[in-house]
Design a protein around this ligand. Structure first.
Ligand code: ATP
Length: 310
């Protein structure tokens, strides 16, 4: 439990921030910390996850994994309202942090998009200027770091998993929606997977009223050219996700160089173990243990010190 006196540092609300590249376990850590500190609420800062829709493609944490923790700005916006700007995120984010603090709860900001985090946390946000060390809130910033080659190596499995869970049907449905309404869901147009699969669907349009993924897999079985086009879309997704990882790590390093104090947690071993084939059979036990030792334990200690210090 967090005492209410520990939630305001020098009159400013306290905010725990979890940063890191895509696939490093930020959402998982947010739930582990929120469960540990109990009265905590999560604000999402991934610019594609703020909208409802494309839940699998944008990798939103599923309901079951949220373990009852209250989330804000996660799938709550209408993608038809267009792209959210950093200033709009900042406006809603400030209001949300105030209301979480008024309930006596701790804010855990998780993400995602560094331009959104920068806009919300900077004391004076100027999108053109470099980040400055002065922050608007009393922040404890955790950086979940995973060695880039390990993250890159995990990408094929991750993308395949997302497709198996239904990303193909989501993307086919979104393409189908835009056939009748080209401007639909404008906020989600830049999500990785959309452009890459649009090229495939232009050549092989999804059939209306079908189980798109299943139907498409059967068609591909008999058509090597179609299978080739599908594999090309997958390679592009992996390449673009890989580029996103590089950019995210570069931006986090920039924030660190500009004077933001980041607590770096090394989740490389835990992610590496989670990817190992033998972990699948064992239910991920070793990876879970290492995650607890290398990431959750040190994070709890850092956040405890932060909450106690004033
Ligand atoms: P920029 O201002 O350059 O967009 P940023 O830090 O605000 O950077 P990022 O989160 O790095 O934003 O996202 C950059 C791009 O990566 C998005 O516009 C989108 O194309 C893609 N992207 C980001 N998050 C996701 C996601 N969850 N699912 C799919 N694509 C994503």
């Amino acid at each position: 439990m967090v005492s209410s006196s520990s939630l305001a540092g020098h009159g400013r609300p306290k905010v725990v921030v979890i940063m890191g590249a895509t696939g490093c376990g930020k959402s998982r850590l947010s739930i582990d910390l929120a469960s540990h500190f109990r009265s905590a609420e999560v604000i999402n800062s991934d610019k594609m996850q703020v909208y409802r829709g494309l839940d699998i493609t944008t990798n939103k944490i599923p309901w079951a994994d949220r373990r009852g923790v209250r989330h804000h700005l996660l799938g709550s916006l209408d993608p038809n309202d267009g792209e959210m700007t950093p200033s709009q995120f900042c406006f809603i984010g400030h209001k949300t942090i105030s209301s979480i603090a008024s309930r006596g709860n701790l804010t855990i900001l998780v993400g995602g998009s560094n331009s959104f985090i920068h806009a919300l946390l900077a004391d004076q946000f100027d999108p053109e200027a470099e980040a400055r060390p002065e922050l608007r809130y009393d922040c404890c910033i955790l950086w979940v770091h995973v060695s880039p080659p390990v993250l890159q190596k995990g990408l094929p499995k991750r993308v395949d998993g997302m497709l198996r869970m239904g990303a193909f049907d989501e993307l086919a449905g979104y393409y189908d929606l835009r056939r009748t309404d080209p401007g639909a869901w404008a906020g989600l147009r830049k999500a990785i997977g959309v452009r890459e699969f649009d090229r495939y669907f232009e050549k092989y349009p999804p059939l209306r009223g079908h189980a798109w993924g299943q139907e498409d897999a059967m068609e591909r079985d008999d058509d090597p050219e179609r299978e080739g086009a599908y594999q090309e879309a997958l390679s592009e997704i992996k390449e673009n996700a890989s580029q996103l990882i590089r950019q995210q790590i570069e931006k986090i390093s920039e924030l660190s160089r500009s004077g933001w104090k980041l607590h770096r947690l090394d989740a490389t071993k835990a992610v590496q173990l989670a990817m190992a084939p033998e972990e699948e059979g064992s239910g991920g036990g070793r990876s879970r243990d290492v995650w607890g030792l290398d990431v959750v334990g040190p994070s709890v200690k850092i956040v405890n010190q932060f909450l106690q210090g004033n």
